[in-house]
Design a protein around this ligand. Structure first.
Ligand code: OAD
Length: 244
């Protein structure tokens, strides 16, 4: 029976909920330049362009057509029923993990549902789209809220807690992430360094797949519920779970 589990999720876990990934065919980075919409420099140059990018994703998330899928639900079940410790670290800025019921959750790249005061760094739940009139209530004069999103060149959130969990875990599972963006892509190395078990769940082998001990190939929505049942039954994870 495992004692401490860390799960890292990426855009692939939300793909079956209808949210586009970044680097797959038809991914978001095919249509947008990272430097324009996901860097502090891009925001300084053209705030409206950046706001349009995140507003359209925020509106989609709130449209009623996007729901947590079986993988999000299974991870929430794992948290509720696992007698050991579980931390879900997500690179996703959507709120599908929490809507499925996850509570021990860390959004290392920020949250689409929040805006942040650029002066005080206080965060506010977004009630209307980003724009010149969507301002903080903590400063005089009120400051225009920026997306509460970690851009390239900025420090991901919660790194101390994440490192502590990685150092102590006996199972690390990466789900639906291409393994191209650091520091998340390097988490597997930390767990390998401690000689603990590492499992990748992906539609296809990702960039750093050779670093993982086990590969479960298929859709997160098919594999994660089975994986959770194996863990909850007290068994060790093996390769026999891959979708046929
Ligand atoms: P990517 O778009 O880079 O990778 C998505 C991964 O999910 C790919 O490896 C796909 O094969 C896999 N995938 C797609 N559908 C799947 C499914 N149904 N089941 C399982 N796997 C599936 O997304 P991330 O790795 O999350 O950062 O990207 C990391 C970061 O890069 C993002 O957080 C974002 C982006 O730039 C910032 O914006 C700072």
């Amino acid at each position: 029976m495992y004692q401490h589990i860390v799960v890292l999720t990426g855009a692939g876990i939300s793909a079956e909920s209808g949210l586009r990934t970044f680097r797959d065919q038809d991914g978001l980075w095919e249509e947008h330049h990272i430097e324009d919409v996901a860097t502090p420099e891009g925001y300084a140059k053209d705030a409206e362009l950046v706001e349009r990018f995140y507003n359209s994703r925020w509106q989609q998330l709130n449209s009623g057509s996007v729901e947590p899928n079986a993988a999000h639900v299974a991870l929430a079940k794992l948290e509720a029923e696992f007698p050991g410790q579980l931390l879900v670290v997500t690179q996703n800025i959507d709120n599908l993990h929490e809507r499925a019921g996850s509570k021990r959750l860390l959004h290392m790249h920020g949250e689409l549902t929040k805006g942040r005061c650029p002066r005080s760094q206080q965060t506010f739940t977004l009630r209307e789209p980003y724009g010149p009139n969507n301002c903080c209530t903590c400063c005089i004069p009120a400051q225009r809220l920026r997306p509460h999103v970690v851009w390239f060149g900025e420090m991901p959130l919660g790194m101390d807690k994440i490192h502590q969990a990685l150092d102590n875990c006996d199972l690390f599972i990466a789900i639906g992430t291409s393994g191209t963006v650091y520091p998340a892509a390097g988490f597997v190395d930390i767990v390998n360094h401690h000689g603990k078990q590492t499992v990748e769940v992906n539609l296809m082998p990702a960039d750093r797949h050779s670093q993982f001990q086990y590969h479960l190939t298929g859709k997160a929505g098919d594999i994660v519920p089975k994986l959770v049942e194996v863990i909850l039954s007290g068994n060790v994870v093996g390769t026999d779970l891959a979708a046929s």
